[in-house]
Design a protein around this ligand. Structure first.
Ligand code: TXA
Ligand code: MG
Length: 336
């Protein structure tokens, strides 16, 4: 198990959770961003921890709040193609992708423009850019008048937040303002596609499915497997970790010992529900989109129960099932 001091354990939640549909709240958050502060805000994928792209000191605060290694570059969130072009140099192949998938859960890696400070890209000459589709994220970017650099709003390596409350529990002692835009509709992070490599290469599976991308680009290279020297730390084997040990096991292979409190994370209702101290069914009808939207919330709930182990049932690896299995495998790699 990893230990990490965070808000809930310390009982020190100082952050204010404010309704992101209130325009006054968006304006207040934008003022905070403009004067160099950090704000947690909703996107359609997961909650982000945002600061002005151009403000290197503000971006440094993000690394501090998340305890994130400085070698891990941050995605730039924009609200228009015009703003995207201010930060990145988009090859012609990007056009059809931006038209089809933006706003939405696709991040493109392209050569960076000098307007992006090195701290954002961890010194790389490429930059990750996306237009999120959550109305509050778009409103915040527009009101701030600049791109917003934002990683997921969780301590580095831990489960991403899909509700404002998750942010409060994990980082609520280190933030002033958390915008509450409700539960995230997609629930897993954006897909990351590098347009720097030729042919384009998927660096992280996510909310835009590989099948959707391949319908435009043809067969794609993927580098989403864990590597020792990842291009993106999202590729690290251990990531998205619960504090409780998680194992992936098919039904029938995890005979519980009577002294153990087990939690089960399953796509469908299990045939023997009573052997588990806690049960999370991701989608009673087996819908992978619904399952992705429920995944991190279910992990957060199970992780609060001081269980001995969480057993996760594998899901079929198609559509959003690819991103779900990717997150579960990295969470399971957290064994000590
Ligand atoms: O859905 C999302 O993408 C969420 C929301 C908030 O937009 N953001 C998110 O950020 O997941 P983060 O920092 O947790 O994950 C971004 C990943 C990291 O693994 C980082 O290494 C990778 O993107 N990344 C950023 N810039 C990159 C670059 N220039 N080249 C390769 N990977 C990059
Ligand atoms: Mg993250």
């Amino acid at each position: 198990m990893c230990s990490l001091a965070h808000g809930l354990e310390n009982g020190l939640i100082t952050a204010r959770i404010a309704d992101a549909s209130d325009i006054g709240v968006i304006e207040e958050a934008a003022r905070t961003i403009r004067r160099g502060g950090v704000v947690a805000f909703p996107t359609e994928t997961v909650y982000g921890l945002g600061a002005s792209v151009a403000d290197a000191l503000a971006v440094a605060k993000i690394f501090e709040v998340k305890a994130r290694p400085r070698i891990d570059p941050i995605i730039v969130h924009v609200a228009s193609l015009e703003l995207a072009r201010l930060y990145g140099d988009f090859p012609s192949i990007a056009q059809s992708l931006m038209e089809r998938f933006w706003p939405g859960p696709l991040t493109l890696i392209v050569p960076k423009k000098p307007s992006v400070p090195p701290i954002v890209t961890a010194g790389l000459d490429t930059v990750a850019i996306r237009i999120p589709s959550h109305p509050a994220a778009l409103a915040l970017i527009r009101a701030s008048g600049c791109g917003i650099a934002a990683p997921s709003a969780n301590p580095f390596g831990f489960v991403s937040p899909t509700e404002a409350q998750h942010v409060a529990e994990q980082l609520g002692d280190k933030l002033e303002l958390i915008l509450d835009g409700g539960p995230c509709a997609i629930g897993v992070e954006s897909t990351i596609l590098s347009l720097v490599s030729n042919p384009p290469c998927v660096l992280r599976s996510g909310g835009t499915t590989i099948e959707e991308l391949e319908s435009i680009l043809g067969r794609l290279e993927t580098a989403v497997g864990a590597t020792k020297r990842p291009q993106a730390p999202g590729q690290l084997a251990r990531h998205y970790a619960t504090r409780t040990r998680l194992e992936i096991a098919e039904e029938g292979s995890d005979e519980s010992r009577s002294d153990e409190r087990l939690g089960l994370l399953s796509l469908l209702p299990p045939s023997l529900p009573h052997q588990y101290a806690a049960l999370e069914v991701l989608s009673p009808l087996g819908d992978l989109r619904e399952a992705a939207a429920n995944l991190f919330g279910a992990l957060h709930r199970l992780d609060r129960l001081a269980l001995d182990r969480i057993i996760a049932r594998p899901v079929r690896e198609e559509g959003l099932g690819i991103a779900i299995m990717d997150r579960l495998r990295r969470c399971a790699a957290n064994k000590t």
